[in-house]
Design a protein around this ligand. Structure first.
Ligand SMILES: *Cc1c(COP(=O)(O)O)cnc(C)c1O
Length: 376
């Protein structure tokens, strides 16, 4: 069997969620598991967290329905809202909370059967990101319109630069947002992972932790937090060859040996989710040593310069990223967004789930293809 696999430590995700909650002890905290839980497996992640969280968040209805089909019953917030009145009706019947972001969506509320109450209705406010949301001036009217449709109204905003604490934008967005809130019974929500690590939460607030659940801080200088990377993207050496000084390796011959070199080939390529544009020199962990990527990333394989990596044999273990080689380090080497590295790991490598000790509290069958395995 091809040794390339994605191992997910579900107890790390549980522990990271607890860490997120400690940062906002007075608020309630959603677990953001959109995009297949940032590549970690949405259903398995939801099962591992379901007894701990008040609610989940995904981007859109289809992502929520996948969780419902797997038996997840906690409320699920749709962060990107709904795209038509039919989706709004279905979201309500499936106990999803919707985040509405524009006046055209408020009109869909009038199309609902009389006296419909939404289990949760969030209004997204554009406090400066300028991507989605009601303007500050629209808040009072949107609240007045939405309030009769729910007993749980939440007014939310999203930070554009919370991961760049030196910029004043986050403080500006926060003060714009807070100063435009009308009177009335509602809760608020501002913090993503970076916000949770930077600003104090209030008691009437919902945190929306995503990236940090998977074990990383989005901040360049993270506070000391016991975050554990949950994903280990691993493989094993499949071939080793000597390459003389002056010879080239890989497509295009763009990497040229400056000395007699030892090259290890790893069965993991861009179709598995290793980024095609990764630069030569990107660290790969082989037998616990960081060795530099050599040559272009192919669809199914990469080549690594192991000349200085000690004794390397066929079958030796490789980590593309994980607890011993943070995805944030691989990303920084290439100027990538580390979120993208995690989310674009493809369905091709087998996913293996490491069970938390309370595994009997949720079902542990396989969920994404028959090869997916569960280990304890
Ligand atoms: C994805 C998302 C989050 C989670 O952000 P992280 O930086 O991953 O913690 C929070 N809020 C909204 C609206 C999102 O789309």
């Amino acid at each position: 069997m091809r040794p390339t696999r994605v191992e997910i430590d579900l107890s790390a995700i549980q522990s990271n969620y607890r860490t997120a909650c400690l940062l906002a002890p007075r608020s309630r905290n959603l677990a953001v598991i959109k995009a297949n839980a940032y590549g970690h497996g949405g259903v398995m992640t939801a099962r591992a967290l379901e007894s701990q969280v008040p609610a989940f968040a995904v981007a859109f209805l289809e992502e929520a329905l996948e969780l419902r089909a797997a038996g997840i019953t906690k409320p699920i917030l749709l962060l990107e809202g709904v795209f038509n009145a039919g989706d709004l009706r279905e979201a309500i019947t499936r106990d999803c909370w919707v985040m509405l972001h524009g006046t055209h969506q408020l009109d869909w509320l009038d199309l609902l059967p009389a006296k419909t109450k939404l289990p949760g209705l969030w209004l997204k406010v554009d406090s400066g990101m300028h991507r989605l949301g009601f303007t500050l001036a629209e808040i009072p009217a949107a609240c007045a319109k939405a309030a009769p449709y729910t007993d749980r109204l939440v007014i939310a905003t999203h930070f554009a630069s919370a991961d760049e604490p030196d910029k004043p934008q986050t403080r500006q967005q926060e003060s714009q947002f807070l100063s435009h809130l009308p009177d009335g019974p509602f809760e608020i929500s501002l913090n993503n992972s970076a916000g949770l690590q930077l600003r104090q939460s209030r008691g009437d607030e919902w945190g929306r932790a995503g990236f940090m659940l998977y074990g990383y801080s989005p901040l360049p200088a993270p506070p000391a937090l016991p975050l554990e990377p949950a994903m280990t993207f691993k493989s094993a050496v499949m071939a080793i060859r000597r390459v003389a000084a002056g010879e080239t390796v890989g497509y295009g011959g763009v990497w040229q040996a400056q000395r007699d070199s030892l090259i290890a080939t790893i069965p993991c390529g861009y179709a598995d989710g290793y980024p095609q544009t990764a630069r030569a020199g990107t660290p790969i962990l082989i037998n616990g040593h960081r060795a530099p990527l050599a040559g272009r990333v192919s669809m199914d394989m990469i080549t690594v310069d192991v000349t200085d990596a000690g004794t390397v044999k066929i079958g030796d273990p490789v980590q593309l990223w994980g607890p011993d080689l943070p995805a944030t380090e691989v990303a920084a080497h290439n100027n990538y967004n580390p979120y993208e590295l995690l989310t674009r790991v493809s369905a091709r490598p087998q996913r293996v789930y490491r069970q938390p000790p309370d595994a009997q509290s949720y079902k542990s069958d396989t969920v994404r293809g028959e090869e997916d395995a569960v280990i304890s």
